[in-house]
Design a protein around this ligand. Sequence first.
Ligand SMILES: [Zn+2]
Length: 222
Amino acid sequence: MRNIVLLAVQGAGKGTLAQKLSEKYGYANISMGEVMRNARNDGTERAKIISEYQDKGILVPFDITLDLIKERISQSDCQNGYILDGFPRDLKQAEAYDQILADLGKEIGIVINLTVPENIIYERISGRRTCKNCGRIYNIYSEKLKPKKADVCDECGSELYQRSDDTEEALKVRVETYFKVTAPLIDYYKEKGVLYEVASIDADQTLVDVEKIFDQLGDDND
Ligand SMILES: [Zn+2]
């Protein structure tokens, strides 16, 4: 059983790592964004509250977020471990998460902080172009993902555009906010002795590095 919290700024490759770990080790892959989307659409009273808040652009009440996490990690697919992405986001959530784990008799496991040089984050996000017609995503800075003809979709020939939240300014604000809010979280987990820093530049290498941590910690498939 191994529980993992993934911390990283957007564009650091969290989703890719979570998917690889989930496929290889059978850990449940939990994205807080997805948990929230599912809860919003489940037709309950709570779904109505979530929609109301989100439609107004306000954060969903803290108690609801906590309930959702508690319910999700109690599900049977989490028995052998899970990867949590997008929660906790700040110190208040981290403390509440500790309480949830205590209530459920679960271990925190490990917290992985994916680090990536800032210029790479900018390339990954500000190089992103989306097809207006089919939604396919390209990256003008990537040999593998770059479109054959500039600003035209390889698949359907439609125009590519840059989403407004992919621009450098929008990204800068997000990155700065992330580091401000997350820095105390990193210290919190460092003090607990559960934090591991892993560079996220090449996805395969990142997996190898995470598995080195698993080896160090020993096999705990009990
Ligand atoms: Zn297209």
